[in-house]
Design a protein. Structure first.
Length: 141
């Protein structure tokens, strides 16, 4: 245990040791500092990021695409492994999110529906037609 001026007694594993004899800092303090720094400089940071992005857009997208293409299998495997290992947690989280944000979710679905009304109704129509066909086939049998 080690004492942090702000957070009190904290397990030593929660301290980060800085190089160059800068000493120890508690992880919570480091996170707080980062947050404060970000809050204070939000606009500057965002501007810098978007400038950097604008300047290097193609390069960034290329790198991302390349990375994705090279690692598609691994990424998909990782995602499905993660999903399988955390299925219950993920479903619970989604459910909780839905229950907490029911109105927001509904609003979003409504907006999505209005925006894509034609595409969706076309999709439904096709589905319905397919189902009718299947039913007809069944009734023939
Ligand atoms: Zn601290």
């Amino acid at each position: 245990m080690k004492n942090c001026k702000i957070h009190g007694m904290i397990d030593i594993s929660n301290f980060i040791i800085f190089k160059n004899n800068l000493g120890y800092k508690c992880k919570l303090c480091v996170i707080d500092n980062k947050k404060i720094y970000y809050q204070k400089n939000k606009e500057k940071i965002n501007e810098r990021h978007s400038k950097y992005y604008q300047k290097n857009k193609e390069k960034i997208n290329d790198t991302r695409r390349e990375y994705y293409e090279k690692n598609t299998d691994r990424l998909l495997e990782h995602a499905s492994k993660y999903y399988n290992n955390n299925k219950e947690k993920i479903i619970k989280r989604q459910l909780e999110y839905y229950q907490k944000n029911r109105e927001k979710v509904k609003e979003k679905q409504r907006a999505h529906y209005h925006k894509n009304k034609e595409v969706i109704s076309e999709r439904y129509k096709k589905k319905r037609e397919k189902n009718i066909l299947i039913q007809e086939e069944k009734s023939v049998i």
